[in-house]
Design a protein around this ligand. Structure first.
Ligand code: HSE
Length: 324
């Protein structure tokens, strides 16, 4: 499936939940649905082109220097010294401006597929800086808490940006994620702009203690510790103002037995973690009901944590649809 003699590779690249409550720009995890499908074909020349985009209602740029998929691949080719070219088709299977790492999934999928077609000149993890360049082009910030878990799978901690130091965090197998995607859109750029630039020391202490608690809870499969640590006292109070019904949705998730609930990335999606698929569905139903009480529509995705990051799809395989 991944031999260098292939000219086209079609991959699934997972959505991601960044921040995970207390880990702003530092922690994220990948989920098994939704995600993008990206098809990359080697060219005989050194051009990089976006030859098609579906599922975006014509909103994403076809210009290679503006689309995150091609921006990432061009940065990769530059590092390799040039000489290669690809055609990229992006099938958006997740909403834009949703807080689910939509731009990250496209760049990660394109990089992963291109690297395979070239016979893997780089290890998967070494592709990360190119995906970060694409993130910066999309929203002005090279944050890695979507692209790192999207590429590596599982939970990824960005311990340092300069130099880049990404650590994979172990987590329990029976950890399930519910995502409520409200049918509204928020641009990451906008939901970053409203954040306070200075935080109080006492708030910082609470936040980094929670992040440490969450990492410890994940590594030790201590669900109670995970639950106690899933709190964001700095960013959620500000960003949640942009998400109608957030407090009701969060309350519904917690009352239904979720371990915790917060904003996915920069929003508007809201995620909750649970210990079984059944519970995660129940939590999803409660979240959807709470949201629809405001006459607002949403999709619910229920998923395990994605362990592998992007993967090559079998011919005709179509892995993505909302739970309900
Ligand atoms: N950490 C980023 C933010 C994620 O919260 O702005 C964006 O998806």
């Amino acid at each position: 499936m991944t031999s260098t003699s292939q000219k086209t590779v079609r991959v699934f690249a997972p959505a991601t939940v960044a921040n995970v409550a207390c880990g702003f720009d530092s922690l994220g995890f990948a989920i098994n649905q939704p995600g993008d499908i990206v098809e990359v074909t080697l060219r005989d020349d050194d051009k990089v082109r976006i030859t098609g985009i579906t599922g975006d209602n014509g909103r994403l740029p076809l210009e290679a220097d503006k689309n995150t998929a091609s921006v990432a691949v061009m940065a990769f080719f530059k590092e390799l010294g040039g000489g290669s070219g690809v055609d990229i088709v992006v099938h958006k299977r997740m909403p834009l401006g949703s807080g689910l790492g939509s731009s990250a999934a496209s760049s990660v999928g394109a990089l992963f597929a291109t690297n395979l077609l070239l016979g893997e000149p780089m290890q998967k993890g070494d592709l990360l800086p190119f995906a970060m360049i694409a993130e910066a082009s999309a929203c002005g910030s090279p944050h890695a808490d979507n692209v790192a878990p999207g590429l590596l799978g599982g939970f990824a901690l960005i311990r340092s940006y300069k130099p880049l130091d990404v650590v994979s965090i172990e987590y329990p197998d029976n950890l399930y994620c519910t995502v409520l995607h409200p049918h509204i859109e928020l641009r990451t750029e906008d939901s970053r702009r409203i954040l306070r630039k200075h935080i109080k020391l006492e708030d910082a202490v609470i936040q980094w203690s929670n992040l440490a608690g969450l990492i410890a809870g994940l590594s030790k499969s201590d669900f109670q510790l995970i639950s106690r640590s899933l709190n964001d006292i700095i960013f959620e109070p500000v960003r949640s103002l942009l998400i109608p019904g957030f407090d009701r949705v969060k309350q519904a998730a917690l009352v239904s037995g979720a371990l915790g609930c917060s904003i996915s990335g920069s929003g508007p999606s809201v995620f909750a973690l649970s210990t079984s698929h059944e519970k995660a569905r129940e939590v999803g139903l409660a979240m959807k009901q709470a949201f629809s009480a405001l006459q607002l529509d949403s999709d619910i995705y229920v998923s395990t944590v994605n362990r592998q990051g992007p993967r090559v799809l079998a011919p005709g395989e179509d892995p993505v649809s909302p739970e309900f």
